[in-house]
Ligand binder design. Structure first.
Ligand SMILES: Cc1ncc(C[n+]2csc(CCOP(=O)(O)OP(=O)(O)O)c2C)c(N)n1
Length: 376
């Protein structure tokens, strides 16, 4: 294992003055260290943005690197192929290998990307190497020098990183006094939901909902970060008489903010969009999102949502969700929450396979019995 300090220092010594990315817990240490100095790390909304930031820095003569989880590789493929590779812009990317070496040891949403991340890069002709858990500092330096050689030859190399390669650092998190407990807010929402389907975003939110009120009408979206509100839009448009609730996170909502514009444009009266805004990507180690400087309620209003509000107390949550479920939307409720203090329940997939979560949700929406829909 190498220290986070060494990871950042070796890159800085080689002239890398800027980093960007979307967090993976594997890079929690470097992101925490870099974030202590304003301007050294750009918390990008999504992985494609992160790569483009590094491209801009490279065009301006700086060396820059990107850190991402392999679940976000798809978000980066477009600017990688059409921008970085086409214009031959030298940037360095570190991609974590969730779901590797044994996909069965990780969560189901990593099972496909785990074994295919490196073949994907090979297929694109992107030079790549892997840092393994047992690799030492010398191996890291050697790979950095090789990658820089490849950048000089006009490539945009990748270093794939297995679990346990870079150590974490202990952070003192800023106070979040005055923010609501997300579990209490979810409990209120689940109680008010009645029969309404709830689509829960990736991260801790789905686990929280699963622990509080597991029911077939809950769709726990593990993975697919940023897409919960679009799934809810599809469900809402399929039957405008049925209320649909989406429980989003700030990091996830920001990742695909354009979804809010589609919701405003289609204007489904039955959609209730709730964002639990804790200001961080809590489930990957509480790295800051950019929600501190973005008023998501105002963004939603600007996108055409019929009502938007920020709820700072439980009575306000009750009032807002009750009103949203009984009046035409789309509605947005932003709930500033604090990082979770209590141990979280396990993931929904500890009790149900992804296919059975899908089939029981579909059965609920279509008033069919679960056995009528296939598991496969
Ligand atoms: C495309 C993609 N990029 C990165 C990740 C890794 N990841 C999983 S959850 C998460 C953070 C989600 O943040 P937020 O929506 O604020 O929810 P919280 O973790 O705070 O509950 C990240 C970055 C992912 N699953 N998918």
């Amino acid at each position: 294992m190498i220290s986070a300090e060494l990871f950042c220092d070796e890159l800085e010594q080689r002239g890398f003055s800027l980093a960007s990315g979307v967090p993976c817990s594997f890079f929690g240490g470097p992101i925490a260290l870099l974030s202590r100095t304003p301007g050294r790390y750009v918390p990008a909304a999504n992985e494609g943005n992160a790569l483009a930031v590094a491209v801009g820095a490279a065009l301006a003569g700086c060396r820059a690197y990107v850190m991402l989880q392999n679940s976000g590789l798809g978000n980066l493929i477009n600017p990688l192929t059409s921008l970085v590779m086409t214009y031959r812009i030298p940037v360095l990317t570190f991609v974590s290998l969730r779901g590797q070496p044994d996909p069965a040891d990780d969560e189901p949403q990593h099972a496909i990307m785990g074994p295919t991340t490196r073949p994907y890069l090979d297929m694109l002709g992107v030079p790549n190497w892997t840092l393994r858990a047992g690799d030492d500092e010398e191996r890291f330096r050697e790979l950095l020098n090789t990658a820089i050689g490849s950048m000089s030859a006009g490539h945009a190399p990748f270093i794939c990183v297995e679990k346990g390669v870079v150590a974490r650092v202990t952070e003192n998190h800023i106070d979040q006094d005055g923010r609501l407990d997300s579990g209490e807010a979810v409990r209120v929402i689940a109680k008010l939901a009645g029969d309404a389907p709830i689509i829960a975003t990736t991260g801790y939110t789905g686990r929280e909902l699963f622990g509080i009120d597991d029911r077939p009408a809950n769709f726990y979206m593990q993975g697919s970060m940023g897409h919960a509100s679009s799934i809810a839009l599809g469900v809402a448009l399929a039957d405008l008489q049925r209320k649909v609730i989406v429980l989003d996170g700030d990091g996830a909502a920001l990742m695909h903010l354009g979804a809010l514009s589609s919701i405003g444009f289609l204007n489904p009266p039955n959609l209730v969009h709730i964002v639990l805004d804790n200001g961080v990507h809590e489930s990957t180690g509480s790295q800051a999102t950019t929600s501190a400087t973005t008023r998501l309620d105002q963004v939603a209003a600007g996108c055409g949502y019929r009502s938007t509000r920020t709820c700072r107390t439980l009575p306000e949550v009750t009032e807002a969700v009750t009103a949203a479920l009984t009046s035409p939307g789309p509605h947005m409720c932003v709930i500033p929450t604090r990082r979770r203090q209590n141990p979280l329940p396990p993931r929904a997939t500890s009790a149900h396979s992804p296919q059975s979560l899908r089939s029981r949700f579909t059965a609920t929406l279509n008033n069919t019995t679960e056995s009528a829909s296939s598991e496969g």
